[in-house]
Write a protein that binds this ligand. Structure first.
Ligand code: GLN
Length: 507
């Protein structure tokens, strides 16, 4: 039952062929059997999921159920759910329990989704492998020695391992699409502003998007239709009307114009992935699509611009976790003791000169500053610290123009590349990632190598447009890889349509 779509589940429940409780129990037994190895979920709520199943089954039978009745969902640990921990896989928020629901959670509840647990991630959604988590690495269900991708690696792995029907992730530079590719599932990053960010703990606010993972395009469309829309609590959310995504997925248009940007099929791309995706494109063409070669000339600056702008925003967003307003607080008594000891040492050292002593004492942190430093030092992991430092650096007065302001200009150029391209084509097709999933630990020593991995996903976030990764084939190494469709702002219907056409190629 665990790979069938929501519509089928509901149908079977309605006919009495299966009890919704059994559907949930299936997922539970999968989680119990494999989560110890895979580590996709960091917390689960089986009792509550079973109770929800009973209630929703009644609703299905009395025809009062919402659009997502029958769907079992896992939530990335960066999205707030009332009464549950939202840790962002960080020691800083290890004990934080949300007192409210994110808008997406409210909407999913209203449509009768069943909540089963919280999924693992890279700390504060910074990473491409899910190795930077206080809960330990998530493993790729297709090969436990490989990463699942990141930062929403737990959400992608949970689908691949049949632990839920759908999961939510967040995508700031590719964190939904890249793990979807590595885990062989579908993952969609909506247009910036399509889905409310209210209740999403911020990484880089002008990039962050919430989106769904599932086994198939239809379920992704179904969830998007529920979570999309204007929200007065997020003033970057858009008033643009929400399309009927499911309807168009059920009846996809074959005569679409597909742009192929040569810049995305370049040297760093695994030759087999290159070949596989090009074959799929030819098959779409034989089925009626028109293939148009296009250029996105500023693509090569994407990674540099992203890692300046995203870290700049992160350094500002994460300033609130200082141990006083939010987050882990270091032991105050220990801080006071440390300061006292430093003061005593200075008093001894400069006993001869009152002037020198006063100067030296003035250089000691105040208790508050020391508490901030210690709390943040203890709370944040290495990658998050690296980004706070990088972001603070590019925003500092001497470097602002050279880095931050310049990166903003590059962002605009990338937006314009896309704007021009979408005058000619409905969607743009690219690989989702340059390779299949790689070995756990293999890129940890080289952050730049890690960042390069985002080359094909990152420019969509810079431009604010939408993208989807859909399984495109299995590599000779046995691992899945995805292909990505990018669409202009608020053209989710078009990328869902294109992704659906790829699914149909299988038959
Ligand atoms: N890998 C990218 C980063 O580390 C993307 C992360 C994301 O999309 N949340 O910033």
């Amino acid at each position: 039952m665990n790979t069938v779509s929501i519509a089928e589940i509901r149908d079977k429940v309605l006919k009495g062929e299966v009890a919704l409780r059994e559907v949930v129990a299936d997922y539970i037994s999968n989680i119990e059997a494999t989560n110890g190895d895979i580590n996709a979920f960091i917390s689960v709520d089986f009792e509550s999921a079973l109770t929800q199943a009973d209630e929703i089954e009644k609703k299905i039978k009395s025809d009062t159920a919402g659009a997502l009745a029958g769907m079992v969902i896992g939530i990335k640990d960066v999205i707030c759910e009332r009464g549950k921990r939202a840790t962002c896989a960080s020691n800083v928020l290890a004990d934080f329990e949300s007192v409210y629901d994110a808008t997406v959670i409210e909407k999913l509840k209203k449509e009768d989704a069943i909540f089963i647990g919280r999924t693992n991630m890279d700390e504060f959604a910074m990473g491409s492998t899910n190795e930077y988590s206080r809960y330990g690495v998530t493993k790729n269900p297709h090969d436990l020695t490989k990463v699942p991708g990141g930062s929403s690696g737990g959400s992608a792995a949970a689908i691949a391992a049949n632990m839920a029907t759908v999961t939510l992730g967040s995508d700031t530079g590719g964190s939904i699409r890249q793990p979807a590719s590595y885990c062989g599932v579908v993952g969609l990053k909506p247009t910036y502003g399509r889905v409310s960010r209210y209740g999403l703990i911020a990484y880089a606010s002008s990039f962050d998007c919430i989106g769904p993972f599932a086994h198939n395009v239809e379920d992704v469309a179904r969830v998007l239709e529920v979570i999309a829309g204007f929200d007065e609590r997020d003033n970057t959310s858009s008033q643009t009307a929400v399309d009927r995504y499911v309807e168009s997925v059920l009846n996809p248009e074959k005569k679409i114009r597909i742009g192929v940007p040569e810049e995305f099929f370049s040297d760093g791309l695994d030759p087999e992935i290159n070949k596989g995706i090009r074959e799929n494109i030819s098959r779409l063409e034989s089925n009626g699509a028109v293939v148009v070669p296009i250029h996105l000339p500023h693509t090569k600056y994407g990674i540099a611009a992203y890692y300046i702008l995203a870290t700049a925003e992160a350094s500002s967003n994460l300033a609130r976790f200082d141990g006083i307003r939010y987050g882990h607080r270091a032991d105050k008594a220990a801080v006071m003791e440390e300061l006292k000891a430093e003061e005593n040492a200075l008093r001894k050292e400069f006993a001869e000169s009152e002037d020198e002593l006063a100067k030296a004492l003035a250089r000691i942190d105040s208790a508050l500053i020391r508490l901030y430093k210690k709390s943040r030092t203890e709370g944040f992991g290495t990658e998050v610290k690296r980004r706070i430092m990088l972001g603070t650096y590019v925003l500092s007065s001497g470097y602002y123009d050279a880095y931050y302001a310049k990166a903003q200009k590059v962002r605009r150029l990338i937006q314009e590349d896309y704007k021009k391209a979408f005058k000619e084509v409905d969607v743009i097709v690219t690989p989702t990632a340059p390779t299949t999933a790689f070995d756990i630990g293999s890129k940890l020593d080289d952050p730049v190598q890690m960042y390069l991995n985002d080359a094909y996903t990152i420019t969509a976030n810079l431009a604010g447009i939408c993208g989807i990764s859909v399984p495109a084939g299995i590599h000779s190494n046995g691992l899945p890889y995805g292909m990505q469709f990018l669409g202009d702002a608020f053209q989710e219907t078009k990328i869902l349509n294109a992704a659906r056409l790829v699914e149909l190629l299988e038959n």
